[in-house]
Design a protein around this ligand. Structure first.
Ligand code: SF4
Length: 219
């Protein structure tokens, strides 16, 4: 099976399993999504969704967040990993949105990546999920899945993003990103399991990977 055939079959499988994948982070607009994605680094989505209601009740616009003292932001997000750094970045990001972008989240990847605490993956999630722009955010989990399924060489996330973008149509990138997140959450356990029972690894993974997973290691 060629890589492209495999990609087509994987996409059909994901469409059947997750026809309408939801954005896992609670938000109401591009700005609150940007804040939530920034908070999600090294923190579970569940934890982020626990802290954002209190934060957004205090400040749900760039101007309001920029006006909030850093210690008050920190108090809202304290239970997230790297909270002090995130509080600092959130406030500075909000200030720069006001200063440079009229208090509006920009749609361009480069403009977003120029904000503190906003890397390529975070910017890709925002342009994709908030604006419907073609972007394919690749986190370490998606990176691993793409390598397991033989869709990418798995050298690094940059190469994986490039390989996935070649295999799938741009209009499907945002949905695939979400489908892969939900697939991993539902099917990929942290510890060993039977790859033969996996709806995708059972046929897409190279034989030696399937054997390893069956022997007690995941994927
Ligand atoms: S075999 Fe396991 S780790 Fe690999 S994709 Fe399937 S469920 Fe996930």
């Amino acid at each position: 099976m060629t890589r492209r055939d495999k990609a087509r079959r994987i996409q059909a499988e994901l469409d059947a399993l997750f026809p309408e994948p939801a954005v896992p982070l609670g938000h109401v607009d591009p700005f609150t999504l940007l804040c939530a994605v920034m908070l999600s680094a090294q923190t579970t989505d569940l934890r982020v969704n626990q802290v954002t209601p209190a934060l957004f009740a205090r400040a749900s616009t760039p101007a309001a967040l920029a006006a909030l003292p850093e210690r008050e932001i920190l108090a809202c997000i304290r239970t997230c990993g790297l909270a002090p750094t995130k509080a600092r970045n959130l406030r500075r990001m909000a200030e720069l949105l006001v200063e440079r972008h009229g208090g509006v989240v920009p749609r361009a990847l480069e403009a977003l990546e120029a904000l503190p605490g906003v890397g390529h993956k975070t910017a890709s999630v925002v342009v994709s999920q908030a604006f419907g722009e073609p972007a394919f955010p690749v986190d370490t989990h998606i990176h691993r899945l793409a390598a397991r399924w033989g869709l990418s060489s798995g050298r690094n996330v940059v190469a994986t993003e490039r390989d996935l973008k070649k295999l799938f149509a741009p209009e499907s990138w945002g949905k695939l990103h979400l489908q892969l997140i939900w697939f991993g959450r539902r099917y990929c356990p942290a510890r060993g399991h039977d790859a033969a029972a996996c709806p995708i690894c059972s046929w897409a993974a190279p034989r030696r990977r399937r054997a390893r997973a069956a022997g007690g290691r995941s994927g």
